[in-house]
Design a protein around this ligand. Sequence first.
Ligand SMILES: Cc1ncc(C[n+]2csc(CCOP(=O)(O)OP(=O)(O)O)c2C)c(N)n1
Ligand SMILES: [Mg+2]
Length: 582
Amino acid sequence: MAQTAAGILLDTLCDWGVEVIFGLPGDGINGLMEGLRQRQDRIRFIQVRHEESAALMACGYAKYTGKLGVCLATSGPGGLHLINGLYDAKLDGQPVLAITGHHYHDLIDTFAQQDVALDRVFMDVAVYNTRIMGPSHVEQVTNLACRTALSNHGVAHINFPVDLQEHKIGEHSKRAVPGHTAAIYAGHAGLPNSEDVQRATAVLNAGTKVAMLVGRGALHATEELEQVAEKLGAPIIKALLGKAAVPDDSPYTTGGIGLLGTRPSQEALEECDTLLMVGTSFPYIEFLPKPGQARAVQINADPRRIGLRYPVEVGLAGDSRQTLQVLLPWLNHKADRGFLEKAQAGTKEWWALMEERGTRQDMPMKPQVVAWELGKRLSSSAIVSADSGTIATWFARQLPVKRGQMYSLSGTLATMANGMPYAIAAQVAYPDRQCIAFVGDGGFSMLMAEFATAVKYQLPIKVIVVKNNTLGMIKWEQMVFLGNPEYGCELQPIDFAAIARACGGTGLTVDKPSECGAILDQALATPGPVVVEAVVDPFTPPMPAKITMEQATNLAKSLARGEPNRTQIAWTILSDKVRELI
Ligand SMILES: Cc1ncc(C[n+]2csc(CCOP(=O)(O)OP(=O)(O)O)c2C)c(N)n1
Ligand SMILES: [Mg+2]
């Protein structure tokens, strides 16, 4: 029997090694769904409850596997629902293929139902974006879509009119002869030119206080980063997406940077005379050295990003791991270890403070306690996904990375609700690893129905919902950055443990610090998906490592201007501060 156009698309994806597609059916993709039904032994279809999750899962899958993530949605509303997740992939540079349906090809643009020109809608998000014109078009564009998503680290989109999906391959134009395209991807060496390497070497060898700032582009270069740090006597400072680039028990790292970062990281950047940036476009320039303070070298696979946020002297366009390997033999071992040793002392103090905050026994329970207790228990192959919010602060600070773990969140888009979809995608890719979603109550409730997806596919994810009954991050931003009383941030409380049980999974609740560890042990030991609802103090602020005068003044102003919870907030901050001082 002749192959259908939908079948060709799916077979081509098999040629590319695609093993899983996240999506939700609809009458605009019935041909593709039938193709998937016939290929269940080769491609797994994971049915979601909201297409946004499918796109977020595709993005998370790409982040954790390095492979192409694929999502599928029907015409009109289905495709429109994908958009947020696709932007997550675009902004964090992940290869994702989105396949959407369209109306009958001969009714397009005639006020027909669900007649949304998704290819036009996706023009900004996609690096490759096309509409299928007939069966003989499919193989060519599918190959090119996969190749472009992988090589440009972005989103490719194929829009497929529903009737064409079932057309049989037969006629083709005289120039589109079948068999003239290949499902092949060739990476490039990713090496900088040797002149730049020599100039970079000179800058790095001349420095006396060298700091390294590393990001998601360095996640695969752990050993090389540590070797370079050893030679240069340099602390390694991690942008949030680079959290797992170096484990936190490495003697070289001072941890994260930025509002969610650590004091020793901030101090190292304030004091360095030389900066080596590896695989990062860290956006908060106020945390970078002042221009003129440090000579800088930047390694990035994407030459467009070199010199983006700091006036670097030398750029090395290349893969971070391979470039560091090239650089290493040229670097001198610095005899003066003073800068690194100071950073190490600061890091030790910082972790003591994190432990102090993470082991507080006060009621209501501090959110940091949940993160700290969780961090202690995670296996060395755990994959931890977080949401945006104050939750990201506890994720950034109180969860120490062990060697071999993976950590991610929506870094550049900073969307809410990605945490559980990422964890589901991680568990699909790695059935035997501990896959954790560490999420806020606001973010979790946005795509809560995906917990049923985890139950349906028996994915034993553990979802830790930090419940403060507020959109915490925004509440603090309104107060600390703007000096305004909070408005529109309170959340109607939900019984998340009951939701988990209603979906057919396990739901646990903890609100006492003394019981937190035991409940987490129970959750991690329970087979199948589990939600742990951790009820915490809504008045604990995610304060920066160093508070500026302006931030303190704004907070005082917001309290004076009638912040509804001013007494509790003032009391919490004051008692926390006093506790840390004595
Ligand atoms: C989709 C989306 N909507 C709104 C925001 C703005 N935003 C960032 S963090 C946040 C609050 C998150 O609340 P929650 O998940 O409860 O976490 P918490 O801050 O309380 O820890 C909001 C509304 C966003 N980043 N993404
Ligand atoms: Mg919250």
